[in-house]
Design a protein around this ligand. Structure first.
Ligand SMILES: [Zn+2]
Length: 107
């Protein structure tokens, strides 16, 4: 069957989805912010759901290589802070952007 949460072919349904359970735990324990340093290379990875019942995200940042240009600027949601970045790959390569820290992973 196809899981209604993670959209994978799996032997579980939305209610029993292990991805959903893990996402809920991450949100509850506030694993963010993760801290990145100016000059670091990081890769975009959509944040886990931020709201109860939200599905996994897809986002333009997925798989994009970024160069961190700033310290994290505080965001009151505790979503990892907002970083100034320059896109190094993808259709926005060469452009500057701002990305929340929970949409970034270390390489
Ligand atoms: Zn699932």
């Amino acid at each position: 069957m196809k899981c209604g949460y993670c959209q994978r072919q799996a032997n579980h349904n939305r209610r029993a989805c292990p991805v959903k359970k893990r996402d809920a735990e991450m949100f509850e324990v506030h694993r963010f912010p993760q801290k990145f340093s100016v000059g670091s290379l990081v890769v975009g990875h959509p944040a886990p759901p931020r709201w109860a019942g939200e599905r996994p995200r897809t986002d333009w940042t997925a798989g994009v290589l970024f160069h961190i240009l700033s310290e994290p600027q505080p965001d009151y949601h505790s979503w990892g802070g907002m970083y100034d970045v320059i896109c190094l790959s993808g259709k926005d390569a060469g452009k500057r952007a701002q990305v929340f820290g929970d949409f970034l992973n270390s390489i």
